[in-house]
Design a binder for this molecule. Structure first.
Ligand code: ACM
Ligand code: ZN
Length: 762
């Protein structure tokens, strides 16, 4: 079968290479270093031991005079090899230009015993070929291989499936050092990604120097955090030029994103007159979507935006300038005389059309520089701005609509491409399963030209970014470069993981530390002895193990259990936390997973709920409030149960009359996410399950809790009880709609709860 496939490859690729003595195509994964998988990999069978080219430390290389290949030269220099650029006749490695159509960024790479030959049309394709050749070299060469190396005897015929293969890096929520940005570019280039979408302006920080408006960085580049510390930073023009050079050498296009008309609080802090109200506002230190946006009716604001774009177009060589356009509340525009006057003047029906007019004006301005704009899919809402590329993030619909309207689209839906999301919602397998070109977008006047992973950094300062980007972005790199013939073939994901392991070795030598491929462990909580639960931490990924320990909460009587291994069980009595020190292939990763748990009298006893939990927040099912696992500091951890706009009553049957010493639950407060305290918590007990006696109601939080909107877990505890009962009932009275000061005023509020803990005396 593989032989037949190779013959077909010869037919497709014409005369080149079909003079090979004897070849067969490799099943995916056999050349372990190659990620993304090339379109065709053909092993030269009669090479002794499969061994191809060998260098003893010297290397003679030739490439066309008009090509520079600076990144390859730099790499060879750093490797310690005694290498020289020579004439083609004297070369062991030869890069040669062809007029043949080898596909986008296409190349053919032949490795035989005495030479390496690359054939391609241009320098960009030559760089992709170099990347493949580099991946064929032993990983240790990343740290130097002055005494030489061996390459396998192989023929690679390859080209890109999609043209735009990118990563968005948000350097605003957290500033990223220039050297780190260059490392990210190295990582992208090594997996044949070719776009760095550089998010440079945001509510929480403006990072791009603009000569005409120096306060954008001087004021807008810094914010005061809740603890009083000042954080931030901005790039100098020289640093940006250096990064652009670094990227260009690796054929990575840097697309700057200048957010408008929303996500601009840092700019408003620098120049308050840019907004509708003119109010002086700080650079915010909290996350979210803010009402204050650029005034679309103020001529001075429009002139400012154009002046900024002039400098951006001059500085960045990219043909595309990203202008954001996402998440723009229209409340200020609705109240602003200037915005309303402009709407009237232009005959606009609503504020969505005002946004389109704004973006159109900027698009026309950018077009004067011979460039086009790209914007998030919201830019479609008031009609497609002329010539814009649409980046679809709220699902794929924006991309589908854009292709139907005849424009290009880039896809980065939250479902598969958001690397700020935890592994629990987007793991490597999920990313790898992404289908960037849905059927509805095929054969349309516009095209899906590629995709991006989005690395937003609200919750990821620089030192955490790489572990979020890798290896998930590598999954997307293969999806976009190799395409569905590779990624949807049988066994594709397993083959990918094998090759990824080899790439991981290379990252190790490059001092690049990837994160995990997915959630490493899961928790099984089974009924234990009375008042206890039996907890087992199970491996949820290949090669995962580690140590598990239980730490009781303060004041809990439970004895400290000894440590066990992943896979072994622990008896848990009382409240506390299971900590898992995660290891991969026996080596500690530094990742510590924490699971709040509780062994108590109600654990695994039957519950009766008056409500249907939200399908998004079931907490694991109808028994979630008595499953022994408690909600953590993350309201999306899968343990919390929630409903919106309703009272919640939960009754547990303890199975027999029980001496109750304390009742406890915990609530989640996160006003920005519409999660409020209930008005009160009412406990009641009963001996027969029909007549209940109320215990004192609790509402100890008042109005003062979390005035800054941050996330908090609020324990609610009724202790020093001395009651005997078989049934316990907990009622949470919903506090009603979000209050008038809230962005979502009048919308029903959420209540999040977990778990119903009953402490008993023997
Ligand atoms: C986005 O995630 N707001 C584009
Ligand atoms: Zn206005």
């Amino acid at each position: 079968m593989w032989g037949a496939w190779a013959l077909l490859a010869c037919a497709v690729w014409g005369v080149m290479g079909c003079l090979q003595p004897s070849v067969h195509a490799l099943p995916q994964g056999q050349i372990t270093g190659l990620v993304p998988q090339p379109q065709h990999v053909i092993l030269v069978e009669d090479a002794p031991d499969g061994r191809g080219f060998r260098s003893d430390g010297s290397l003679y290389v030739a490439w066309p005079a008009s090509w520079a290949l600076p990144a390859m030269s730099e790499w060879l220099e750093a490797s310690g090899l005694a290498w020289q650029r020579v004439d083609e006749g004297a070369a062991e490695w030869t890069w040669q230009r062809t007029d043949q159509d080898l596909g986008p960024e296409g190349y053919v790479l032949d490795v035989s015993q005495d030479k390496v030959t690359v054939t391609c049309a241009d320098e960009e394709a030559a760089f992709r070929a170099w990347t493949t050749l580099r991946q064929l070299m032993p990983p240790v060469c990343e740290q130097g291989c002055p005494t030489g190396f061996t390459l396998p005897a192989v023929r690679v015929e390859d080209h890109a499936h999609l043209a735009h293969r990118g990563l968005l890096l948000d350097c605003c929520r957290h500033f990223m050092e220039p050297e780190f940005v260059k490392t990210v570019i190295d990582v992208l280039a090594l997996q044949k990604m070719n776009v760095l979408h550089w998010h440079l302006t945001e509510d929480q920080g403006w990072r791009l120097p603009i000569e005409a408006y120096p306060q954008l960085t001087e004021v807008g580049g810094y914010r005061t955090e809740a603890d009083g510390t000042v954080t931030g930073g901005a790039y100098t023009r020289e640093e940006i030029l250096d990064i652009l050079d670094h990227a260009a050498a690796r054929h990575v296009e840097v697309i700057p994103e200048i957010e408008m008309p929303g996500h601009c609080r840092a700019a408003l802090a620098a120049y308050p007159w840019l907004g509708c109200t003119g109010d002086s506002l700080p650079v915010p230190s909290n996350w979210g979507v803010f009402k204050d946006v650029y005034c679309a009716g103020n001529d001075s604001t429009m002139a400012f935006m154009k002046a900024v774009l002039d400098e951006v177009c001059e500085l960045f060589p990219s043909d595309i300038i990203h202008i954001g356009g996402d998440e723009v509340p229209k409340v200020r525009w609705a109240e602003c005389p200037k915005c309303q006057a402009k709407m009237k003047r232009l005959g606009l029906q609503d504020e969505a059309q005002l946004q389109t007019a704004f973006i159109n004006e900027m698009g026309a301005h950018v077009a004067k520089h011979g460039k086009r704009i790209m914007g998030w899919d919201e830019i479609l809402e008031g009609g497609l701005p002329e010539g814009a590329v649409v980046q679809s993030w709220r699902g794929m619909q924006g991309a589908i609509e854009a292709t139907h309207l005849g424009t290009d689209a880039v896809v980065s839906p939250t479902s598969h491409c958001y690397l700020d999301y935890p592994l629990r919602s987007t793991d490597l397998a999920e990313v790898y399963s992404f289908q960037p070109v849905p059927e509805e977008a095929q054969n349309q006047p516009g095209q899906i030209v590629g995709g991006e992973c989005n690395m937003w950094t609200e919750r990821a300062p620089q030192d955490q970014v790489m572990a979020k980007v890798l290896p998930r972005a590598t999954g997307l790199a293969e999806v976009l470069w190799s395409g569905p013939d590779v990624t949807e073939a049988e066994g594709a994901y397993d083959g990918f993981l094998t090759r990824l392991d080899a790439l991981g070795l290379r990252w190790g030598f490059m001092d690049v530390q990837p994160g995990l491929e997915g959630v490493p462990v899961s928790l099984r909580v089974a009924p234990g002895r009375p008042g206890e639960v039996d907890v087992t931490v199970e491996a949820a990924l290949r090669n995962v193990g580690g140590r598990v320990r239980f730490e009781p909460a303060d004041g809990q009587a439970s004895e400290r259990a000894e440590e066990v291994n992943v896979g072994q069980s622990i008896q848990v009595k009382g409240r506390g936390t299971i900590f898992v020190d995660v290891a991969v292939r026996g080596r500690r990763t530094g990742v510590v997973e924490a699971f709040p748990v509780a062994g108590h009298a109600a654990a695994h006893q039957p519950l009766d709920l008056s409500y249907v939990p939200s399908p998004s927040y079931t907490g694991g099912g109808l028994q979630a409030l008595a499953d022994g696992r408690r909600g953590s500091a993350d309201f999306r951890d899968g343990a919390w149960q929630a409903v919106q706009g309703e009272d919640m009553t939960c009754t547990v049957d303890l199975g027999k009359p029980t001496s109750i010493s304390a009742l406890e639950t915990q609530l989640y407060l996160y006003q920005d996410a519409w999660i409020f305290m209930p008005e009160a918590v009412q406990w009641a007990v009963s001996s027969d399950g029909r007549r209940f006696v109320d215990l004192p109601a609790q509402a100890p939080w008042g109005d003062a809790l979390s005035p800054d909107g941050r996330q908090t877990v609020v324990p609610v505890r009724l202790q020093d009880l001395d009651v005997e009962a078989r049934y316990v009932r907990m009622t949470l009275f919903n506090a009603g709609p979000c209050p008038s000061w809230h962005d979502a005023a009048t919308e029903p509020s959420w209540v999040f709860v977990d778990e119903l803990v009953v402490e008993s005396t023997p």
